[in-house]
Design a protein around this ligand. Structure first.
Ligand code: SF4
Length: 264
């Protein structure tokens, strides 16, 4: 990536896990572009169509500082992977006094993550698939599961166990998300079983139920509908009976009104 930074939105964001959003929202910086190419992406205007504005480290830092001054309790970098070299510049310039959250699709190299050590307090990666095959089918990469597993290992090594302060805000740790896809309960169950076995209470898990067909998934043979209550309860039951702690979205989250306005 060039030294110029493109962002799609900088604003308080209220729809993350409660330990990230708090009461006043997280100061969210949505970067333009994404290393993955998920066919169901609900943010495709920014991740794939590159809708954003050109800005600088100084401008981003000043806008984020206004959000921190207004009471945001965390700072979230959303899909920052391809701007990692500038994320560190922003943090060096801003020196935020609130937890810094790195929100990503999980497709990160360990070598790159190591450059963030000491800068990031909370990692919020997806583990989208429990196999490389689905990564190839739906996100355009051959090795998603292998890469994401190694990335999560490195994230846990850096932050250690989750720590939530007395105000209910997460100050350290890793939350791994999985978006339940229609016709793919087995995939989410494999992800939960893997994480439960590998990390137990060393991470938090977040089961996401907000899937709504969008973009290239509209009319798709398997992904062209929302998840059913039966699918949701089947996976939720496995999560509740696993060794993982964490969060689950209500089924009513499957609604396009949760997609932010990309007004830059
Ligand atoms: S990782 Fe997230 S933002 Fe990127 S293409 Fe996939 S769903 Fe969209």
């Amino acid at each position: 990536m060039p030294n110029s930074i493109y962002v799609s939105r900088i604003a308080p964001h209220y729809w993350e896990e409660p330990v990230i959003s708090g009461n006043k929202g997280t100061a969210a910086v949505f970067f333009t572009g994404c290393p993955l190419d998920c066919i169901y992406c609900q943010n495709k205007e920014i991740s794939q169509n590159n809708h954003g504005r050109k800005t600088t480290v100084e401008e981003i830092s000043e806008e984020v500082q206004l959000l921190i001054d207004s009471g945001c309790e965390t700072l979230s970098f959303i899909t920052p992977t391809h701007y990692i070299h500038r994320v560190i510049d922003i943090l060096e310039y801003l020196k935020p006094n609130i937890p810094v959250v790195y929100n990503t699709g999980g497709y990160e190299s360990v070598e790159t993550l190591k450059t963030l050590e000491g800068y990031i307090d909370v990692y919020l990666p997806d583990l989208k698939y429990g196999s490389n095959q689905l990564g190839k089918l739906y996100s355009g990469v051959d090795d998603y599961f292998d890469v994401a597993k190694a990335a999560i290992d490195e994230m846990v090594r850096q932050t250690g166990k989750p720590f939530i302060n007395k105000n209910g805000i997460m100050e350290k740790g890793v939350i791994v998300r999985n978006l339940l896809l229609p016709n793919h309960t087995r995939n989410s169950i494999e992800v939960i079983e893997y994480l439960s076995h590998q990390y137990s209470d060393n991470i938090l898990f977040s089961l996401m139920a907000q899937y709504t067909p969008y973009g290239k998934a509209l009319g798709h043979e398997k992904l062209g509908r929302k998840i059913t209550r039966r699918e949701y309860e089947k996976v939720l039951n496995i999560f509740e009976n696993s060794m993982l702690e964490g969060f689950s979205q209500e089924l009513t989250s499957a609604n396009q009104s949760y997609i932010p306005k990309w007004d830059k």
